[in-house]
Ligand binder design. Structure first.
Ligand SMILES: NC(=O)c1ccc[n+]([C@@H]2O[C@H](COP(=O)([O-])OP(=O)(O)OC[C@H]3O[C@@H](n4cnc5c(N)ncnc54)[C@H](OP(=O)(O)O)[C@@H]3O)[C@@H](O)[C@H]2O)c1
Length: 307
């Protein structure tokens, strides 16, 4: 592993196509910009047309000649995911899928269009369904990668995956921790199913950075106070928070099934490194259970044979 990798080490990505969810803001936007700078064709995915178009405008201004397209995908709507993915699955070759979008700290239990708890429904189940629908496009690539963005919260005890839909009680950050634990368990199970081929599934956590993710936290007075202190002392930049995703997406040495995080509190202090898996994430029984649950809850059958 390089002693101090930086995004400047990313090789030329001309001829590669990447799709990034949540590409209109925060870490996803930074990830998209660097991949576009390195020559990749980038499909910016987002749920709202205006911010998505605005993000594409900003990127075109920052990266002259960038090859960008926008794709509307609402991850809280399984029908919309299926419709958005269908033309891509039919005709595209996708070398990189970055499952980055997310919601956090949603104050009360809300549901997706399909009746799933919103945080797990968006952060995990939406990406599960999207990845499944995009599998034909990923399979056309000689060596595709699926990078899924988790969080330190994946390791919290409250991230236990029992009661995945928070039907027996809802706590905002517990739902977030479950969704982020599921991101890692999903990646490890996908890696098992891709084993033996050239495709790779990788999970990352970005450390922390002030982005729109804290929009709910910042609506309470206490939340605002905590964020004001944390942003000065503990949190990095969104640019730095994109490093683990960029490294996982492009570094030739990244192995199938890896879980990577920043080198230190300042994400730009060194090469992203392997981090400890949250409880259960390495247990094939847990992976198989989450897979079955995810198929049941989404009604989407994942077209990856188990090896
Ligand atoms: N920032 C941190 O400190 C931190 C720490 C750990 C992990 N993460 C993870 O990093 C990822 C990116 O977060 P961020 O910090 O960059 O936050 P952000 O700026 O709020 O970006 C989140 C993105 O997700 C999109 N999104 C939310 N709900 C969606 C839906 N139903 N369908 C499609 N897109 C949806 C948002 O779109 P809209 O703009 O339309 O809402 C936005 O583009 C998340 O997975 C988060 O859990 C972040």
């Amino acid at each position: 592993m390089d002693s101090h990798w930086t995004p400047a080490d990313i090789p030329d990505l001309s001829g590669r196509t990447a799709l990034i969810t949540g590409a209109n803001s925060g870490i996803g936007h930074r990830t998209a910009r660097v991949l576009a700078e390195r020559g990749a064709r980038v499909l910016l995915a987002g749920r709202r047309p205006e911010p998505l178009a605005d993000a594409a405008r900003r990127l075109r201004a920052d990266v002259p000649g960038a090859r960008l397209e926008t794709v509307e995908i609402d991850l809280a709507d399984l029908g919309a995911i299926r419709e958005a993915a269908a033309p891509l699955a039919a005709a595209e070759t996708l070398d990189l899928l970055v499952n980055n979008a997310g919601v956090m700290d949603v104050p009360e239990r809300r549901l997706t269009r399909d009746g799933l708890e919103l945080t797990v429904g968006t952060n995990h189940l939406g990406h599960f369904a999207l990845t499944a629908h995009l599998m034909p496009a990923l399979r056309r690539s000689a060596a595709a990668r699926v990078v899924t963005v988790s969080a330190v919260a994946a390791a919290w005890r409250s991230g236990d995956l029992a009661d995945l839909m928070s039907e027996r009680g809802y706590r905002p950050m517990s739902a977030y921790a479950k969704s982020k634990r599921a991101n890692v368990v999903f990646t490890r199970e996908l890696a098992r199913r891709l084993a033996g081929g050239a495709h790779r599934a990788v999970a990352v956590h970005p450390g922390s950075a002030i982005t729109d993710l804290q929009r709910h936290t910042s609506t309470s007075r206490t939340g605002r106070l905590i964020l004001a202190v944390a942003s000065r002392t503990l949190m990095g930049s969104a640019d730095g928070a994109a490093w683990p995703s960029l490294y996982a997406a492009t570094h030739p040495g990244v192995v199938n099934g890896a879980y990577l995080g920043p080198a230190g509190r300042d994400q730009t202090s060194g090469t992203p490194k392997p981090v400890r898996l949250p409880a259960g994430a390495d247990d094939p029984d847990v992976g198989a259970w989450l897979w079955r649950e995810s198929e049941r809850l989404t009604g989407v059958t994942f077209p990856v044979p188990q090896s």
